[in-house]
Design a protein around this ligand. Structure first.
Ligand SMILES: [Zn+2]
Length: 261
């Protein structure tokens, strides 16, 4: 049973595949930092993904344990488990709402296209749509490029809008001197990679076909100092089980970010 050091930043991938993967779950991961347990994107089948990854890593973790949830954008492979998460957390487990970090500009779509059809009939208090949404999540709607904090004030996120087919953000997460960067879904952007790489102990970068994703050849051409700190996510089937110039994350592989400070 591995121990999670509360003074360090840990990452547990739940899924590492792209939107059409037949080999892996859609890309999603958990960050552990002190009192914060942060879920980054919520694909389906969320419960199965969580059980398999936590069993593989030997970590005990259930839906009520998450303090913060991040929804980077509305493509289905990043949020089609959100209804399941909300229903289990609030209706079945009767746990308090976690903090939900998302782009404020997507709030109405998040409610009306994603949550309302599935859990809207479970709201008890009525009111405006965002008041109803607050029965499930403590809302933290972000402006573009806005930083945010989590349940552990020492775990902080800086964000950037990515070059994608809809509003989407990537981030740099810092905790006690350790830095993890995540590209999220993005077209190739050398300046963006520069921002992600600056001082990062680990850079998780997506890979895919051309726009709105980043071809492997572009990442393979990065300087060695960047590549050696990089792991891939969002893998298409064409890259599954291949020897890659940058290693992919693995589902259920618990990582510790950075050196002990
Ligand atoms: Zn996307």
């Amino acid at each position: 049973m591995p121990t999670l050091d509360p003074d360090r930043l840990h990452l547990l991938p739940l899924g590492v595949g792209d939107a059409f993967s037949t080999r892996y779950y859609h890309t999603s991961f958990v960050l552990f930092a002190g009192s914060a347990v942060v879920l980054v994107d919520v694909p389906a089948p969320f419960g199965k993904m969580l059980r398999e990854a936590t069993e593989a890593a030997g970590v005990r973790l259930a839906v009520p344990d998450f303090t913060d949830v991040i929804v980077t954008h509305l493509h289905r492979d990043h949020c089609n488990g959100l209804e399941e998460f909300a229903y289990r957390r609030i209706v079945l487990e009767e746990a308090p709402p976690p903090r939900l970090h998302f782009l404020e500009e997507i709030i109405e779509l998040l409610w009306y296209a994603r949550l309302e059809p599935s859990v809207g009939d479970k709201t008890e208090l009525g009111g405006t749509f965002d008041e109803r949404m607050e029965e499930f999540f403590d809302l933290d709607g972000l402006d573009r490029g806005q930083d945010f904090a989590t349940a552990d004030p020492e775990l902080v996120f800086e964000t950037r809008i990515t070059r994608h087919s809809q509003p989407c953000f990537g981030f740099r997460a810092s905790y006690k001197g350790a830095v993890l960067s995540y590209s999220c879904d993005t077209e190739w952007g050398p300046k963006y990679v520069e921002w992600l790489a600056k001082g990062a102990d680990l850079i998780v970068h997506e890979v895919g076909e051309e726009y709105p994703h980043t071809p492997l050849e572009k990442l393979a051409g990065l300087p060695e100092d960047v590549r050696r700190r990089m792991r891939l996510a969002h893998l298409p089937d064409a890259l599954a089980d291949r020897e890659l110039p940058i290693p992919p994350l693995r589902q259920g592989e618990l990582l510790t970010i950075g050196d002990k400070k």
